[in-house]
Design a protein. Structure first.
Length: 430
């Protein structure tokens, strides 16, 4: 039970749970394709485009389910969903290894993505958001580091399982591990600090008394950068109509969707790309894992920078480095060029999914975070184009280079758009 007497502020236990949630959520729906793509094509005779379509359908289901889970989490809090989500997703992940029918594989993969959305994404983000204001960037960055750590560890673990067991065995053990997390999240996660007499960040400044804690207490005006994370006065939460009419919402959503087209498709099949460039399977997997591991460090660093500087400028800088990383990928294969790609692309790629929830909470406020994030997550649907681009690029040209060129153009457009984002003004205060 959370208490004021705890040596460690309980919000950090919630961050740890969100770290694991993100680790598994993104791992089973995205990163594991690095280990499963080639075996699935070899065993079942599917093309890479056909396997990529599973990612397309899955991410579409995940993105649209965020509207449902975001609505529910606003009413129930994240704890209940984080119990049920892993149980549901784990069962259907096991089913993936029990079929050689492509359309059944698509169906099961869609259900895995729907289930994972109930404990990752907006739900895990809300769990962390509810416990922090001042240290939101650090907390969000640490929680989202689970996404990249998943890329560093899960595909390698899955590859070892496939080698020592088979495809079905790998799906079985990973699915069982996912199911086991539901009860753990139920034990650890708590919805709001105020329910236990605590305040966000473990401190009790006036501005920490948000709408949840005191319905009629207006937010104070903390000095400097802290003002950015202060909740709005009571009754000023953003509703759906206000959100979709706001230009900042559209600019942030479109810029992140462009950059996610590149990040998602590159990272989902980075190991196959390294293999295509002539590296042995284990070397290629370790290179992909190194990229993801550097991304985990990037998630925390970029999140920490958002606590110190304007999140819009931090995000634009991150996107610029990501475009540079994609350019490095097109250089001739050489240890130096590959090393630079892994470092630059990995470090910048890692910050994308940590700065996304941070910038939403920064611009729209702590209390409105789930309301805005459930809607802006629909922009994830646009990233589906990246998987089709990658699959077609490989099937038609034998490489991913054409796809990378397209991603560079989209990334540059994302940078330009992010630089025009302005801090929104709540309509009632205009």
């Amino acid at each position: 039970m959370p208490s004021r007497d705890d040596t460690i502020y309980y919000g950090w236990y919630v961050v740890a749970a969100a770290f694991v949630a993100n680790f598994v959520c993104v791992g089973i729906t995205f990163y594991l394709m690095n280990a499963f793509m080639e075996p699935l094509t070899e065993v079942n005779g599917w093309t890479r485009t056909e396997v990529n379509l599973a990612l397309v359908y899955g991410i579409f289901a995940h993105a649209t389910s965020q509207l449902l889970w975001g609505t529910i989490v606003m009413r129930t809090g994240p704890r209940f969903l984080m119990l049920l989500g892993p149980l549901f997703a784990g069962v259907f992940f096991i089913c993936l290894g029990c079929t050689d029918n492509l359309f059944l594989f698509y169906f099961y993969f869609i259900l895995v993505n729907v289930g994972s959305g109930a404990f990752g994404g907006v739900v895990a983000g809300t769990a962390v958001n509810n416990w922090f204001i001042q240290k939101k960037g650090n907390a969000m960055g640490a929680a989202s580091a689970g996404i990249s750590m998943s890329g560093a560890m899960l595909p390698l673990a899955a590859m070892i399982l496939i080698i020592n067991l088979d495809l079905a065995g790998a799906f079985l053990w990973i699915g069982l591990g996912t199911m086991a997390l539901g009860p753990v999240f139920w034990i650890v996660v708590r919805n709001w600090p105020e329910e236990y007499g605590l305040a966000p960040d473990g401190v009790v400044p006036e501005y920490a008394l948000g709408d949840h804690a005191a319905k009629n207490t207006p937010a104070a005006n903390p000095p400097g950068i802290l003002r950015r994370f202060a909740p709005m006065p009571a009754g000023s939460m953003w509703n759906l109509g206000q959100i979709v009419k706001n230009g900042t919402f559209w600019k942030v959503g479109i810029s992140f969707s462009f950059i996610l087209i590149a990040v998602s498709s590159v990272m989902s099949q980075l190991k196959p790309r390294f293999s295509d460039l002539g590296f042995e399977d284990m070397s290629a997997m370790l290179m992909m894992s190194a990229t993801a591991l550097i991304g985990a460090a990037g998630k925390y660093v970029w999140g920490m920078l958002c606590d110190r500087y304007d999140s819009r400028r931090v995000t634009a800088t991150l996107m610029s480095f990501l475009v540079l990383g994609l350019m490095l990928a097109l250089l001739p294969v050489h240890p130096v060029s590959m090393g630079l790609f892994i470092i630059v692309f990995g470090f910048s790629m890692g910050g994308v999914m940590s700065t996304f929830p941070i910038i939403v909470a920064d611009l729209f406020g702590r209390e409105s975070f789930p309301a805005v994030f459930r809607v802006i997550s629909l922009f994830f649907i646009v990233e589906l184009a990246g998987f089709v681009i990658a699959g077609q690029s490989y099937d038609r040209t034998g490489s991913y280079n054409l796809a990378y060129l397209i991603y560079i153009v989209l990334g540059a457009a994302a940078v330009c758009l992010m630089l025009t984002v302005k801090r929104p003004v709540y309509p009632g205060n205009s």
